[in-house]
Design a protein around this ligand. Sequence first.
Ligand SMILES: NC(=O)C1=CN([C@@H]2O[C@H](COP(=O)(O)OP(=O)(O)OC[C@H]3O[C@@H](n4cnc5c(N)ncnc54)[C@H](OP(=O)(O)O)[C@@H]3O)[C@@H](O)[C@H]2O)C=CC1
Ligand SMILES: O=C(O)C1=NCCCC1
Length: 358
Amino acid sequence: MSNPLAPFYYSEETVRRFLNWPLVIEAVESALRAVVAMSGSTPNEPFVNQPVRSFTSSREPGQVLLTMPAFVGNYKLTSAGSGGDAANIPRSTLACKLVTSFSSNPQREPPLPSINANILLFSLETGELTTIMAGTDITTWRTVAASLVATKHLYFRRFGPRAEREREITVAIIGCGVQGQMHASAFCSQFKVKQLNLYNRTIAKAQRLSEQLQQTPGFASQTKITVCNSPGEAVQGSDVICVATYSKEPLVYAADLRPAGCVHINAVGAGETHYSEVADNVYGLAQIYVDSNANAQSELIGLAAPITAELGSVIKHGTYPAESAVTIFQSMGMASEDACVAQAVQDAILSSGRLPNV
Ligand SMILES: NC(=O)C1=CN([C@@H]2O[C@H](COP(=O)(O)OP(=O)(O)OC[C@H]3O[C@@H](n4cnc5c(N)ncnc54)[C@H](OP(=O)(O)O)[C@@H]3O)[C@@H](O)[C@H]2O)C=CC1
Ligand SMILES: O=C(O)C1=NCCCC1
């Protein structure tokens, strides 16, 4: 019998109301942990089936469609409205994100985001499509959450179990587009940022972000913001660097890093390759962590140095880097992150009593 109901649709506006850092961070951490285990490796453990995603080039260079399927099994969500006993019941989610990256969209009149996404959720009983969820904001939030989680485990935890709450840091944001803007505000709200260095190729965008942050209610008044004239200026003296651009040329060089090391880089952007924003001489001296080894094998061909580990295994086993290390979290983005966040958002929407298709 065919599905008598059309799939539920949740718009970007509805999704946005239910996005918050505890929900997104928990879901992303679940995905990062689950990806370390393959299907059936340990009974009742969270696991992921995540085939390598496909990239379909469109008409012009810089225009691409990605298909990102994932099944995440046996994971738990506590902060998504499934509190009480329900929080202890393992969840499973079958999903596929369809996302386009059209890097010249911000130059259109009116401007559009470069990244546009939708996430499809399927019935585990019948395989029918149950939900279509707008996924552009989820993509931004879950990518920033992955950088936050990476920074907590690869940088702060070098200094002890509560360092992410106690230690003051200087943060550089290279690229103040959608990702850079969200990284800047999230890092300032989740960590103690004493100095925020902003760099953008078009400097006016960095200046605008600086003004917006300072006008944001609750923005940490202890954070000093500097708009920098070059990526090197932003990087110098920074503890944590987030780079999120479409640059095909390196923006972060070893000579600009603090000589004593003790630096963490979230390399988020995808220009020519995923690793084009960071110079080979940084990869040469760094420990490199990825979200998924399987994705790295197909998407990081030509990377200048070996991969140390998946971030999920550091979270699971507490194998933190040495204090003086230079670490890179090479963030490619995973379908399982989208699946877990979309599931958490749907749980939160349903437990709020809100009707779908609005
Ligand atoms: N790892 C992941 O999971 C994800 C990665 N991404 C990637 O993150 C990156 C940023 O995405 P998003 O913020 O949405 O995109 P936006 O279009 O909003 O921002 C792009 C930014 O890149 C800058 N830029 C573009 N080309 C260059 C260049 N040649 N040199 C220096 N800066 C440049 C732009 O500067 P200007 O203002 O001057 O144009 C702008 O600041 C992209 O590569 C995207 O594919 C996105 C989603 C998920
Ligand atoms: O994971 C994603 O979503 C993306 N990753 C790379 C660039 C486009 C979107």
